[in-house]
Ligand binder design. Structure first.
Ligand code: SF4
Length: 225
């Protein structure tokens, strides 16, 4: 990890700004899931992961309670991660189809993954003030990925977070609606909506592997232009 990202990540790890989320994070990490009872949970906010020179950025909602809140790496160690990495691997954007723990050898190709919110919210439902508190990290991180050309927003909250970022920081106006596969060009960046790889979306077949791989292949093509 380069120095700038290291010190930025360390700043994120120390953040305790949102009382409700800090309490929930502590509660999840203390109680643990039965199958992980012998593990020590990360129990800190989660930073972005991947290639800092990437042209493709993926934006998720927040760390999962027993995924990244436990392992300390975004989309790692839960069902959403299993699905996401199967798709990223099929699209040729990473070196392996699994993301289990921080020492599993995972490498992303030309891709960086980050989050709208760095701490797990109860029932995966963040409050607007919590998203606002965390937006400073989103802004700083996005600004550090200088080569970005395309953003894939995983779910409506991630999509709205990206739109807010561009509206606020680049004086963009207009209406932008989240739809799977729909893309917008904003300030030289293409933002593509994509259903989140959550177990609920996968089980109800809202998203499946071909649909998600297709979005990643489009992102890859845009990044090559
Ligand atoms: S959600 Fe973001 S702003 Fe809130 S405590 Fe976590 S890192 Fe800090």
């Amino acid at each position: 990890m380069n120095k700038t990202f290291k010190s930025f990540s360390e700043k994120i790890f120390k953040c305790n700004k949102c009382d409700r989320l800090v309490n929930f994070r502590n509660q999840v990490s203390r109680k643990k899931r039965k199958s992980f009872k012998n593990q020590t949970y990360w129990n800190k906010p989660v930073s972005g992961f991947g290639d800092y020179k990437a042209k493709i950025i993926l934006v998720g909602l927040a760390p999962a309670a027993h995924g990244a809140t436990r392992t300390g790496r975004v989309f790692t160690g839960d069902k959403s991660a299993n699905f996401l990495f199967k798709c990223l691997f099929k699209a040729g954007l990473c070196n392996q189809s699994n993301s289990d723990h921080i020492n599993d050898g995972l490498k992303l190709y030309n891709t960086f993954i980050t989050l709208a919110l760095r701490c797990v919210p109860p029932h995966d439902k963040p409050k607007s003030d919590e998203l606002k508190n965390c937006s400073k990290f989103f802004k700083q991180e996005l600004n550090m990925i200088n080569n970005k050309k395309v953003i894939v927003a995983l779910g409506k909250i991630a999509f709205d977070t990206c739109i807010k970022f561009y509206k606020k920081n680049f004086n963009i106006t207009g209406t932008f609606k989240f739809e799977h596969g729909k893309s917008y060009e904003i300030n030289d960046i293409i933002i593509i909506g994509c259903y989140h790889p959550s177990p609920r979306n996968v089980n109800t077949k809202k998203i499946d592997i071909p649909k998600m791989v297709n979005v990643f292949k489009i992102a890859k093509k845009i990044s090559a232009n």
